[in-house]
Design a protein around this ligand. Structure first.
Ligand code: ADP
Ligand code: MG
Length: 265
């Protein structure tokens, strides 16, 4: 059931909401169709600065599409999206979208590191090319980020020499190198061997504990419960339930949520 013991440290992982916190991501009544398929049917959610939100729901319910609307990979049909100071629904130029993705960074199930570049070079690439910072500055920061994701000593390794979980942590460090204000995680542990899932979840937990605003699409229910401040449940292109993890997991109201949780908990 929902009250399993946990290996994640909840109090350290979850700073309290501050009264002056404000929405850094706001999705308002967003609709999106692909051809005749209405994939988002009026989605609204808000995420406050420094907090983590978990997006949970059945496969095909629109979770990835919501994340893609937030970082401008999908153009919405109706509604508004604001993220890290960008009015995403108004952006049309590539330049604006590149600026958005510096501030709102997405990590995917497939980490897509460059295999011919070292771990350090993978993390340094975007800041050098996009932020145009000096190589020394970028390298010092990349070494720091690799320490943060607990990969000190792997700087000179190539991706193929690392486990899936280690490669995913390199991908997270690569995202952080852009100093984003918001991180989007789309099922980042779904393709990993079970023994490396936890190390990636621990890395994300550390980031949330430091106040990194995060939206997590995940099937790891215990992790969502321990780390997220808010849970949103999606079904067929709608958010049908939202609340604190405690409300959501202990006392789900919507029959669709109850049905889903009965299968995954
Ligand atoms: P989830 O992440 O919850 O599994 P998705 O957001 O990936 O769901 O997809 C929701 C629905 O939208 C699915 O039916 C999927 O096939 C469809 N879909 C997503 N992206 C596209 C696209 N680019 N073109 C057509 N259909 C899409
Ligand atoms: Mg998805």
């Amino acid at each position: 059931t929902a009250t399993q013991p946990t290996e994640f440290a909840p109090s350290a992982a979850r700073p309290a909401l501050s009264p002056e916190a404000h929405a850094i991501v706001s999705v308002r009544d967003v609709k999106k169709a692909f051809g005749a398929h209405q994939v988002l049917r009026g989605v609204s959610l808000e995420v406050e600065k420094g907090t983590a939100a978990a997006l949970i729901g059945p496969s095909g319910s629109g979770k990835s599409t919501i994340l893609r609307c937030i970082n401008g990979l999908v153009d919405i049909d109706e509604g508004e999206v604001h993220a890290a100071g960008h009015a995403v629904h108004t952006l049309h130029s590539d330049k604006d979208r590149i600026a958005l993705r510096k501030d709102v960074s997405m990590v995917f199930q497939q980490y897509n590191l460059f295999p011919h570049m070292t771990v350090l070079e993978n993390v340094m690439l975007a800041p050098i090319n996009v932020l145009r910072q000096s190589k020394d500055e970028v390298e010092a920061r990349a070494v720091e980020l690799l320490a943060k994701v607990r990969l000190s000593g792997k700087e000179k390794s190539f991706p193929g020499q690392l486990s899936g979980g280690q490669q995913q942590r390199v991908a997270i460090a690569r995202s952080l190198a852009m100093r984003p204000g918001v991180m989007l995680f789309d099922e980042v542990t779904a393709a990993l061997d079970p023994e490396t899932v936890k190390e990636v979840l621990n890395t994300i937990r550390d980031l949330v504990a430091e106040g990194m605003t995060s939206i997590l699409v995940t099937h790891e229910m215990r992790f969502a419960r321990e780390v997220a401040h808010q849970v949103f449940f999606t079904d067929k292109g709608l958010i049908v339930e939202s609340g604190s993890p405690k409300e959501f997991f202990d006392d789900p109201r919507d029959p669709r949520t109850r049905e889903f949780l009965s299968h995954v908990l």
